[in-house]
Design a protein around this ligand. Sequence first.
Ligand code: C2E
Ligand code: CA
Ligand code: CA
Ligand code: CA
Length: 282
Amino acid sequence: AKKQGRNNYQFYKKDYAAATQDRLLMELDLRKALEKNELQLYYQPQYYAASRTIFGAEVLIRWFQGSTKPPKMIPPDKFISIAEETGLIVEIGEWIMKVACLQMKKWLLADYPLKQVSVNVSARQFTDNNFLKSVEDALSQAKLDSKHLELEITESMLVGDIKQIELQLQRLKKMGIKIALDDFGTGYSSLSYLKSFPIDVLKIDQSFIREMTVESKDARLTSAIIEMGHSLGQKIIAEGVETEQQLEYLTHRGCDIIQGYFFSKPLPTQDMTNLLAKEAQR
Ligand code: C2E
Ligand code: CA
Ligand code: CA
Ligand code: CA
């Protein structure tokens, strides 16, 4: 038994060392990813539930790590946490905001029927002293009206210095930017946050949608979230919608906006532009 234990330990140690090294290598590569143009923004279209016409797009980052051909696509779940821990997310986040605003402006100038882009913001960015200024800069550089920008924050960010967070959100609101609460229903926060924070939009997490067969608990919770949000004057977005049945249920319950593979996966810029050109013909 003793021997077995030691082997396990050796095994674990080796695994752990390998994992640590992978992480370090990734961190080093990520530092160069921006200057090497390896980061790209994808856009996932969002549709009005009732009319099934386009409303907006969520901005989702992709990393095409360049040493191999074709480059290896690293999904955000694999590197955003590293970017957060190292603080790199501040620089990367500013770049995302800038590119997203410029792209939205281009689509508006082309008269495409898109109301807004929605950008994910991580906790580290949000609490950075320079955050508001960097958002202002991105908007003014692109000459983009703030009504075309939405920021997605998560419930897990609404802990800590509540007064400070409230102030930050109010400043963004004053600038005319909309705030969406992402992954709603999965965080640790209590409903009382909805009372104190100026949240314009609730995004119902995909985990509710996935198991939402008619009359299941998830379906009832989803309807309850829609009703509650509406009574607070919020817009409701369902994400992870993959089937016609899910779409119909959500539409029937009054959900405003639909995002998910049923309509489209996240698209690279050119594909999103093509999709918008088609939508403009409708
Ligand atoms: P999220 O903000 O909750 O984004 C939604 C995720 O669900 C995206 O994964 C999207 O591709 C995926 N998704 C959309 N529709 C469907 C569907 O119908 N079915 C399924 N199974 N999945 C769907 P993605 O792009 O891999 O992003 C993962 C997470 O990484 C995001 O979750 C977000 O937390 C983070 N992230 C992505 N881009 C950024 C960014 O630019 N900045 C920051 N701070 N975080 C980002
Ligand atoms: Ca999001
Ligand atoms: Ca989400
Ligand atoms: Ca998520």
